[in-house]
Every structure is written in structure tokens, then in C-alpha cells.
Design a protein around this ligand. Sequence first.
Ligand code: PLP
Length: 388
Amino acid sequence: MPLQPLHPIPYGRQHITPEDVQAVTETLYSDYLTQGPKVGEFEEAFARYIGAKYAVAVSNGTAALHLCTLALGAQPSQRVITTPITFSASANCVRYCGGEVHFADIDPKTGLLDLQAVRQLLESHPRGHFHGLIPVDFAGLAIDMEAARQLADEFSLWIIEDACHAPGGFFTDSKGQEQRCGNGKFADLAIFSFHPVKHIATGEGGMITTNRPDLYADLLRLRTHGITKDPALMHRHDGGWYMEMQELGYNYRMPDMLCALGISQLTRADEGLARRRKLAARYDAAFATIPAVRPLAGVPGHAYHLYVIQVPNRKGLYDFLRERQIFAQVHYIPVHTMPYYQGLGWQLGDFPLAENYYAHCLSIPLFPTLTDAEQNYVVASIKEFVAR
Ligand SMILES: *Cc1c(COP(=O)(O)O)cnc(C)c1O
């Protein structure tokens, strides 16, 4: 049994370097605290990294989802399908627009929304009943967005890809080509978060990526109160100060200081991703001989935001690890079992595969600065628990 580490080990953690601090400090002393040159720089660098045409920086991932549903015209009475195994925000954005959230069950091997289950749901209703689909690259595993697009086209749905877990992740398409999460080739819009536990950390922050110029223009307006300063789009020209608020938008801007941090963080994204994959491979090897510990399927292209295991006695293991200063976490409590969604009519038992997954899942520590020694301690602790 390795020695207990000096610090508690969380399930995820940001990595801030002196270069990050310098980037923020420089911006802090510049002319702009918000909406300076760093915003555009970050957007360009991020779009390049993801392989999308356009990127729009916003205040957080939830704001990104909200702007996406607005840009796609979600409205009361419209119905949108998502997965029960995600952070509530993936569903809430539909409610912000007054739309109805619907769910389909997951594939228990991957934890991802099961597109077969989505198809069954779509086919059991008249055409035009549903309007949108919000799949999630859960834990960093890319959903097959090509298949999702085919299904969406068949039923005239728009797609928002919630790629919060998967910057740098990819799936392999039917032509054998790697398609990065959020690259805009299949989904209309994709969103990312820069919350401290995500791959790229800016405190609060988010990004929307797309290849569609029409949506890009809408997002820019909606991000800043619905205001435009583009003379080509304005109804009149009163003078140099003039601008027009043309629709009801929000202040969902990401400040320059945080974009500077994001640019600096992005330069280390590949390094962090490689370390995550290495740590995941070490976990895979360690658990291969322990039948009581079942990791979710890992495939090439997995971005490993989370390393999820399933165990018979999840609560026991969670408590045992906490006593040993290992702070594992549960991702996720199924959204349809949240009191708010139960109030909308969803019930325990509606999505048995998601509920069964929830009963056994545990996200164990995985982040780029997790040391081999710390990981060995986590593995030894889990082995000790399951051997009892
Ligand atoms: C983190 C996260 C969000 C929300 O992002 P915030 O920046 O915290 O608002 C949405 N969806 C998923 C899957 C996430 O992990």
C-alpha cells in the first residue's frame, strides 16, 4: 500500500502555470479588461484547434447552450431530445426558451445517448413532433456525429453537440477520417466550457463553434444584447455613436483577461490530453484483472475528461475513498430524476439503463497533474476496497 499523499486528491483539477499568470497579468495592465484583442485571438486559436470555421467566446458553457437554443429558434411547444446522463445544463437550455425536454436512454457500454433509442422515440411520433437533438460527448468519448446527423436529417432536427468534455476528442467517420468533436461538420453548433475541472480552465468561460455563417452572425448579436454596430445591417445612421438593438439579447461576453488565460491554456491542450490518455491507459491496465471494477469503454479518440468505473457497491467505495482523501465524484445523477424534471412529469423508471448506470458509476481522479504515485495510491485503495 503506497503512502497516503500529502494533499487530498480531487477527481479533476485545473493546471495553472507561471505563463498563464503572466498572460492574465499583462491583460490586466492593458487597455481592455473585457472585449479587447484577446477575445478574437482566443476564438481564432480555439476554432483552429477544433477544426471549425467559427468560434464565439461566451461567459460559460451554460450561456453557450442558451445562445445556441436561441439561435436555432427554440421556443415554447418545441421538443428537444437529450441524454439523461449529462449535466443538467444540457437540458435546461431548452427550458430557458420554454421548450420541452425529452430524453432517450443510454448505451450502457459507453454511457452515451443511444441513437437507436433516439430513433425509436422519433419513429413513435408523427413527423415534425421533435425539433432538436442535444447529444453529449460524455466523459470525453465522441458520439458518432455522422450517424446523429443522418438521423437528424431524416427527421428534420437541428443538433447542438455538447462537447464540454471533449476538446481534442474525435470519432472515425464512415470514410475512415478522424472528426474532431465540435468541428461543425455534422452538428449545427457545438459548445465547450472552461470551468476549472474541464480540459481548458479559465474559471468561468465557454465557447460555441460552428461552420454556419448565418448562425455565427446571430450568436455574435445575441451575445451582446442583440446590438449591432455593422452599418450594413442598421436601419438608420445617426452618427458615429450609433448602434442598434435589433432583438432581445444578453450580456454573455467572456472578458479579455479570461480569454488571455484561455489562449495560454490552449497552448498546452495537447500535452494535457496526452497525459489524460496515458493515465487512462494505466487505469485500464490496473483494472483489467479485477472483474468487480468495470471501466466504461475506451476507444481511440477518447478525450478522457472523466475516467468512470462501475462497481457493485458504489456508495461503499465512494465513502471508503473519501476516508483516504480521494474525492471521487458521480457523473451524473440522471437529469430526469431531478425534482425539477420530475415536476415536469418524468419519473424514476423512465430510463432504466441510465438509472442502473447511475447506481454503480464513479469518476475517479483524472487530470494532467495527477502523478503516477498518486494514481498508484488511488488504484491500491480501490483494490483494497473490492478485496474486502
Ligand atoms: C460543464 C458542463 C456544462 C456547463 O458548463 P458551465 O461552464 O459550467 O456553465 C454543460 N454541459 C456539460 C456536459 C458540462 O460538463
